[in-house]
Design a protein around this ligand. Structure first.
Ligand SMILES: Nc1nc2c(c(=O)[nH]1)N[C@@H](CN(C=O)c1ccc(C(=O)N[C@@H](CCC(=O)O)C(=O)O)cc1)CN2
Length: 290
């Protein structure tokens, strides 16, 4: 079993970005700029935003954090998004999810200028990505692709099973791996928490690559995967003792895997790195650089 080290891969990608940004700035251009909107005081979101800001610093980007109280209205949030959309000094805008229940998440995502939508969640980017056109790709899914590429894990012609159908991970990764674009040409089965157990096992036991994103600790057990499988664990579950674990029963399942992502230190790190790649792309688009 070998570890797919998200920390190492993310650091390498961010170092490449930082070198590129250094060249742009040396030529007289301003730095790339990411604006982050954070609502409320959700502890994990605070930690994710902190690591995004830190990574911006490492990449040579400017970052701006706009904080709103839990009580902010949808209208107030949409007004701020319109303001940032119009700000020519911001290349990329993200709204940290989840949002409080009284705010419609899709309304907020739809309000972001697709050209600044570095999360790749806007229907315009999701549609372009699905069609294999140039687009901002959802960061977690894109990060998984980058990790597989970094470790030269073959995807072409492989049988991939994705467990979890969320709009931000399961759906986009299943599309990206099956598309003939950048990385792909896999045969992908998208399963989810309602998939009958027998059907799920039938799929996962034949899979070359299993990607799990269901938010249930220990969901993927050793008997669910074949010898030599690649396991990508997207789960980040905080246990009562403060420990963070993924969706796989790591200690037992790792023995059967050729490659596996650790949690922490796997896909989460890649989510942030992929966001940096998208931000650089937004900046390059703004300055007609790429
Ligand atoms: N606007 C967005 N909101 C959310 C996204 C997203 O892509 N855009 N994804 C998740 C959270 N997320 C990014 O925002 C994220 C998750 C995990 C990590 C990470 O680095 N995890 C570490 C461990 C975390 C810890 O110690 O607390 C790891 O896996 O090593 C970064 C970002 C939902 N919201």
């Amino acid at each position: 079993m070998k570890l797919l080290d998200g920390k190492k891969c993310a650091e390498s990608l961010v170092a490449d970005i930082s070198r590129k940004v250094g060249e742009y700035v040396a030529s007289g251009l301003r730095k790339p700029h990411m604006t982050i909107i954070l609502v409320g005081e959700h502890a994990p979101s605070e930690s994710y935003v902190k690591s995004k800001i830190k990574s911006c610093g490492n990449a040579g980007f400017e970052s701006t954090l706009l904080r709103f109280p839990e009580s902010v209205t949808e209208a107030e949030l949409l007004a701020k998004i319109a303001e940032v959309n119009a700000d020519r000094t911001t290349d990329g805008l993200i709204v940290q999810l989840p949002l409080p229940k009284h705010i419609n998440q899709q309304h907020v995502i739809n309000a972001i200028d697709p050209e600044k939508d570095i999360d790749g969640f806007h229907p315009m980017n999701f549609g372009r990505m699905s069609l294999g056109q140039k687009a901002f790709r959802p960061a977690t899914a894109y990060g998984i692709c980058k990790l597989l590429q970094f470790y030269e894990i073959p995807v072409w012609g492989k049988h991939c099973v994705v467990i979890g159908r969320s709009n931000i991970v399961g759906k986009p990764i299943s599309i990206m791996l099956s598309n003939d674009f950048e990385i792909g040409n896999a045969t992908v089965t998208l399963t989810h928490i309602e998939t009958p157990r027998e059907l799920l096992l039938d799929e996962t036991r034949r899979a070359d690559i299993v990607i799990v994103a269901v938010g249930i600790p220990g969901f993927v057990t050793a008997d669910m995967v074949k010898d030599g499988a690649v396991l990508i664990d997207v789960g980040i579950n905080r246990l009562a003792d403060g420990k963070i674990v993924g969706d796989a029963d790591f200690e037992n399942v790792k023995e059967k895997c050729s490659w596996i992502t650790p949690v922490p230190g796997g896909v989460g790190r890649m989510t942030v790195a992929a966001l940096m790649i998208n931000t650089l792309m937004a900046y390059q688009n703004n300055f007609n650089l790429a």
